[in-house]
Design a protein around this ligand. Structure first.
Ligand code: FAD
Length: 421
C-alpha cells in the first residue's frame, strides 16, 4: 500500500490490503476481475465503513475526466469519480445546471449517488434521483449499462452502496443554468418553525434550519431561485420572530464565514449558492462526526419535539444540527423511497465515545417515527432497525446476486444488512 487511507473525518482507517488508482477503463476492468474482494472509494467523505474492504480498494478519480453533454441539452454523461464542484463548473460554463446540490461540492458524484446524498427543498429530490443512466464495471470485469425506465432493476441500482460494481459514468438530468440568492434569519423560535414548518420549508427553493435544540432558536437559511424575470423577492427585516442577518454567517458557530457561499441576498450561479460551503475551503467544521435521520414529512413536528426533549444532552456533544426537506423518489434504497421526508442532521463533536449514548437516545426517539438513517453517516442500530421500512430491500439483495454472484463487492457493511441467501 503506497499511502495510508483514512476517511475525510479521520474516524475510519480503511483495512484494504491493496489500493489502486487506474487511469484507464481496461486497467479498472482488470483490477476488478482479478480481485477476490473489492470496493470503490469516492472522496472518502462518509463517516462509516460503507466503502471499506480488506481486499482491493479502488479510486477512480484518475480515469478520464469526461463531461459529455447530450445534444438535446437535457442530460450529461460524466465520469463518476469527478467531484460535484468540477462537474458543476463545466455544466455552468455550458449554460446548464443540476437541479440541486448538497451542503458541500467536495464529494464525488458516484459516492454522493451511492449513499443518496441530498440537499434541501420541498420540490427537490436527492441527487440519485437525477440519474438516468449508469455505466459500471461488474464483478467479472464486464461493463454493464443501465437506463432509467428501460433496464430491469434500475431503481435498485442507483443508490447501491457500492455493492453492485464500480460505477465509471453516470448520466444525469440537467436543466438551463439558473441564479440563486440566499439569506439567513437568526433566532427564529423553534416553536414557530415547528408550528409553521410547511410555510418555512416552502419559503425558498432550498431551505435549511440550523439549531442546537437546547436554545429553542433556529437560524433559517433560505435559498431563493430567480423568478421568470430574473429577479428575487427581497427579504423582510423580520420573519417568523427571527431577524434578517446583516453579516455573513457559518452554520457552525465560531467557524470562519469565508468558507461559506455568499449570502446577504446577493445573487449568483446555482453552484455557488446551493451548497453552504465553497469548494476551495474546508466544509463544515472539519473536526466532527455526522449523523442524519430521514423522518416521514407528516411526522416532522413529532420528530422536532422528540429531539427537543433531548435538547440538553444533545447540545453537550453537538456542534450544530440541520433540518432539511427532501421530495420522495422511486429508488429502492433511498431514505426518501416513496415518501417526502424531513431530515434531522447532527454535526457532533469528534468523540464517538461521548456521542454514542446521545446518538442512541436520538435513534430511540426517531426510529419509532419511521426514521431511516443516512447511509454515509454514523449510526448505531440505525440501518438494521430501519431495514423493514425499505419495502424493496430483498429485491436489492437479489440485484446484488445478479451482478455479483460471488459477493466480491459485499463488504461487512453490506453483508450485515443484505446477507447472502
Ligand atoms: C462535511 C460534510 C458535509 C456533508 N454534507 C452532506 C449533505 O449536505 N447531504 C448529504 O446527504 N450528505 C452529506 N454528507 C455525506 C456525504 O455526502 C456522503 O458521505 C457521500 O457518500 C460522500 O461521497 P464520497 O465520494 O466521499 O463517497 P465515499 O464516502 O468515498 O463512498 C461512499 C459510498 O459510495 C461508494 N462509491 C464511491 N464511488 C463509487 C463508484 N465509482 N462506484 C461504486 N461505488 C462507489 C463507496 O463504495 C461507498 O459505499 C456530508 C459529508 C461531509 C464530510
Amino acid at each position: 500500500m503506497s499511502e495510508p487511507i483514512r476517511n475525510w473525518a479521520g474516524n475510519v482507517d480503511f483495512r484494504a490490503a491493496r489500493v489502486h488508482r487506474p487511469s484507464t477503463l481496461d486497467e479498472l476492468r482488470g483490477i476488478v476481475a482479478a480481485a477476490g474482494r473489492v470496493r470503490v472509494l469516492g472522496t472518502g467523505h462518509s463517516f462509516n465503513r460503507v466503502a471499506d474492504t480488506d481486499g482491493d480498494l479502488v479510486r477512480i478519480d484518475a480515469l478520464p475526466a469526461e463531461v459529455e453533454i447530450a445534444a438535446d441539452r437535457r442530460s450529461a454523461t460524466v465520469a463518476a469519480g469527478l467531484r460535484l464542484a468540477e462537474i458543476a463548473e463545466q455544466l455552468h460554463a455550458a449554460g446548464l445546471a443540476l437541479p440541486n446540490l448538497p451542503s458541500l461540492p467536495h464529494i464525488s458524484l458516484a459516492g454522493a449517488v451511492a449513499t443518496a446524498t441530498h440537499g434541501s427543498g420541498d420540490g427537490n429530490q436527492n441527487l440519485a434521483a437525477y440519474v438516468r443512466g449508469i455505466r459500471m464495471v461488474t464483478a467479472d470485469g464486464e461493463v454493464a449499462e443501465l437506463t432509467r425506465g428501460e433496464s430491469e432493476g434500475f431503481d435498485g441500482a442507483v443508490v447501491a452502496l457500492g455493492a453492485l460494481g464500480a460505477v465509471t459514468h453516470l448520466t444525469i438530468d440537467v436543466e438551463p443554468t439558473f441564479e440563486v440568492a440566499q439569506h439567513v434569519y437568526h433566532d427564529v423560535p423553534l416553536a414557530e418553525l415547528t408550528a409553521h414548518q410547511a410555510e418555512v420549508f416552502a419559503s425558498g427553493y432550498s431551505v435549511s434550519g440550523f439549531t442546537d435544540w437546547g436554545s429553542g432558536k433556529v437560524s433559517v437559511w433560505r435559498k431563493l431561485r430567480a423568478g421568470a424575470d430574473g429577479g428575487f423577492e427581497q427579504p423582510q427585516p423580520e420573519w417568523l420572530g427571527g431577524t434578517l442577518a446583516t453579516e455573513p454567517t457559518h452554520p457552525v458557530p465560531g467557524m470562519p464565514t469565508e468558507n461559506c457561499t455568499a449570502q446577504l441576498a446577493v445573487p449568483g450561479p446555482w453552484h455557488e449558492r446551493l451548497p453552504h460551503f465553497r469548494p476551495e475551503f474546508t466544509p463544515s467544521s472539519g473536526k466532527e462526526l455526522q449523523s442524519e435521520f430521514f423522518v416521514p414529512r407528516e411526522r416532522a413536528a413529532e420528530a422536532f419535539e422528540a429531539v427537543r426533549e433531548l435538547g440538553t444532552a444533545v447540545a453537550r456533544v453537538l456542534q450544530i444540527s440541520e433540518i432539511r426537506t427532501i421530495a420522495a423518489d422511486e429508488l429502492w434504497l433511498s431514505p426518501c423511497y416513496r415518501r417526502d421526508a424531513v431530515a434531522l442532521h447532527f454535526t457532533w463533536i469528534a468523540d464517538l465515545a461521548a456521542v454514542a449514548p446521545v446518538l442512541s437516545s436520538v435513534e430511540h426517539a426517531l426510529l419509532p417515527l419511521g426514521a431511516r438513517p443516512h447511509w454515509g453517516k454514523v449510526f448505531l442500530s440505525g440501518p438494521a432497525a430501519a431495514l423493514p421500512t425499505y419495502e424493496r430491500a430483498q429485491d436489492f439483495n437479489a440485484l446484488i446476486d445478479r451482478y455479483d454472484p460471488a459477493g466480491k463487492f459485499r463488504n461487512p457493511f453490506v453483508a450485515g444488512l443484505f446477507p447472502r441467501a
